[in-house]
Write a protein that binds this ligand. Structure first.
Ligand SMILES: [Zn+2]
Length: 202
């Protein structure tokens, strides 16, 4: 149980999709929600700085950078930045939204791609998927997995075979996700939480 393959791969940009199972879907939507929530907290000023967009703090306006508005090269700034609410509104093209919409419109990419970009590139955060392989991280990971194995052992003790098979299904789905995707400890613990609550409902 819980064999961790070296053949892990990055799930890629865009909406993250894991297995075609309830468990995988729950986990995917949890991770996607997390990426979006994390991205939304990044300051709009930092996003503008990343794109070298000049922001005039007096007028609170920038030249609309969207390709569909005068090819992103208007003469007079018409896009208002609302620092307090981390949002924008353009009086020219009537576009509005938060930092995710801003990046998604500048780059012409999906909101998931935009949220990923904000987390990974603009915010330069530690990353949703990767642990750095410090001794501490490896120990934490092993502890999470050992604790989960013990949980499973306790659950199946003195249970009938049909119950054990149901629990095994969940634990196999867990193994599959771990083999196919490299996930960091934070997300591993979310995944374990989801599986535990599934098993508790059996
Ligand atoms: Zn505009």
């Amino acid at each position: 149980m819980h064999e961790i393959s070296n053949k892990t791969r990055h799930a890629g940009y865009g909406e993250i999709s894991f297995e075609d199972s309830d468990l995988g879907r729950d986990f995917s939507s949890d991770i996607n929600d997390k990426i979006i929530k994390k991205a939304e907290l990044v300051k709009i000023i930092d996003v503008l700085r990343y794109y070298n967009i000049i922001y005039d703090s007096y007028s609170k306006k920038i030249k609309c950078p969207f390709p569909f508005h005068k090819n992103g090269a208007e003469n007079t700034p018409s896009l208002v930045i609302y620092v307090e609410t981390n949002s924008f509104y353009c009086w020219g093209c009537k576009s509005s939204g938060n930092v995710i919409s801003l990046v998604s419109k500048i780059e012409d990419i999906s909101k998931y791609d935009a949220a990923n970009k904000i987390c990974k590139t603009i915010n330069n955060s530690s990353g949703i998927f990767y642990n750095s392989d410090t001794k501490e991280n490896i120990n934490d990971r092993n502890n999470l997995i050992i604790e989960f194995s013990n949980f499973i052992r306790r659950r199946i003790e003195n249970k009938d075979i049909s119950y054990i098979l149901e629990v095994e299904k969940c634990s196999k789905a867990f193994d599959k996700i771990l083999c196919k995707h490299k996930i960091n400890n934070e997300n591993l613990s979310i995944l374990i939480g989801i599986i535990k609550s599934k098993i508790e409902k059996i």
